[in-house]
Design a protein around this ligand. Sequence first.
Ligand SMILES: C[S@@+](CC[C@H](N)C(=O)[O-])C[C@H]1O[C@@H](n2cnc3c(N)ncnc32)[C@H](O)[C@@H]1O
Length: 208
Amino acid sequence: MTSTQAARQPIIQRAKRKAERMLGPAGIFFKGFLKHPAMVGAIVPSSNRTIERVLSKVNWEECRLFVEYGPGVGTFCRPVLEKLRRDGRLIVIDTNPDFIEYLQKTIGDSRFIAVHGSASDVEEIVRAHGFENADYVLSGLPFSTLPEGVGPAIMGATHRVLRPGGAFLVYQYTARARDLMGQFFRHIDKGFEPLNVPPCVISWGWKE
Ligand SMILES: C[S@@+](CC[C@H](N)C(=O)[O-])C[C@H]1O[C@@H](n2cnc3c(N)ncnc32)[C@H](O)[C@@H]1O
């Protein structure tokens, strides 16, 4: 890198930070959708009604490790951190490095860990942070558009990483994830939230 290029770096970084501030979380999310439509799978973040409904079955007293797949710009992260115990941990995993960088910059909570990676590696990621199991795993992944074989791999890894009595909380725009969940989880609670863009199917898969 030349000295002129090096001198330009902080200016570019400052301009990027300013653009991000102006865009806000919804803008960053939409930018992520334009870059990777199949991976992101939605044009706007989840609604408050969806967040409350999906989290309504969590026993926060018994939750030491909460894992989230596909946090995007953190729509669920802040409500989860508000409810999580003071000694709890929230590990979020996303394949999009722009989202992870954004979350690391904007969420300053010592219980929060943002990992750039795939949900299919959840077992290694959980172990790398000193845990054997997760109490709850939340997913906003677009199961219908994930590459061939990735959905079943994620479902299997999630079933293994959950503690007995823990749950996999899934919200999606089709019933695809629920069908897949049925191959691994015997007890599934079902819900639907119309006030979301688009309306979404909610499933809570309980580990025996
Ligand atoms: C529909 S968006 C979720 C948005 C956000 N959770 C919300 O409620 O507004 C899907 C997210 O899944 C991420 N993603 C896609 N495939 C993934 C994978 N294999 N592992 C982890 N994250 C993935 C995308 O980068 C994107 O952030």
